[in-house]
Design a protein around this ligand. Sequence first.
Ligand code: SF4
Length: 396
Amino acid sequence: MHLPKPLFQALAKKGDCMRNYTNGEHYLLLYSPIFKRRYTVDCDIVMGCSIGCQFCYYRWVAGASEYFGTGKLYPLCSPEELAEILETSRIVRKDKDGIMMCARSDGSIQLNKVEAFLRAFRYYNLIFLLHRGYFDRRQLEAFEADKRVIFCTTLTPAGKQLGWTPIDEYKQLEGISFLVQNGVSPRRISVEVGPINENNINQAVDILQKLQDIGLEFATYRGVSVGMFEMPSPENELINKGFLTTQKPNAEDHAYYHIKNFLTPELQAKLCGAVNKMRLHRFTGTLYRDEFGLDIAYNRKNRRRKELGPFPEADLSAIRQYVANLGYPVEKVEKTSEGYLVTLDPTSPAVTEDVAMTVGAEFNTCVVFNKYKIAPDMEDVKLYAKQKIIALSEVE
Ligand code: SF4
């Protein structure tokens, strides 16, 4: 298989690769079609978009920033190669896992490429297709017939007014209404409303009510997030725009997020009281499990995620075998009150969040590890390539 990323080697030959990425997480983000697995497998054909939301994480990732809001696109792979990469990668459970497309981009600029990917991909995985632009006849005609496709978008309340995004959320609502009126089941439309803080809470309530009036059955709401990866986020600019207010940086041992999904309890209560028929999700775990019937890991950041409720039973020896087959030798597996605890063999590397969430999803339960890290370093990426956890042939 030809993988399209000779950049690692090309840059390494020039001797300046370390200037271009700092660790495995950064490497995957910049160069790999599949860049992470959480509740879904997140992947792209191209990186970049022409929209340029002020709060976009990728604008603060060194090596990525020039592709967001400029219309300059970085090709990651061809549509057919993406299908092959997904089929080859063991982190992708065929016919089971949700696949998220266009997170490092936007569906509106690559409709033909996504169509070509759908023709090439043989499995019945749900494809969550992110589209920040306005839905119209083109998306309807391209994707309605393929029942794997879920029409996904994010509506930012007062986003244009506040200068956070050039996209008009009321025109987005018209696009969603157009899909429903033309026969797309509301169950195939997944909308996230956010980012939300004190400055757009009233508009967020209005948006949720309008989504309910259109006939949507569920939506997700999000607080404020700020990313950073070797590039400072423009905090003063974000404060001036009313984006950063009371949020405090999250203490995560993760280079990527500085602030993640922050929402005060008062704002959350207001949102929950906004609608009476539509189901609202604060976190995506319940969204994927309850609305789309996907298997999900009940573990996150190597802890049981309590909002998901009690974790289902699983077979200890099957967990042991599955983890070992992924390339992490196991000493023992035991059930605890906080999930199935896997003690890895002393010779085993620590598992990453990508792997931990794959194992949790495979057994639809909570699996935690004695050795764990939230993000991969380059040694993990090499193991991903060797074990085909993520298909990457260029890492040496
Ligand atoms: S549309 Fe998506 S990828 Fe483009 S700038 Fe906005 S958040 Fe980022």
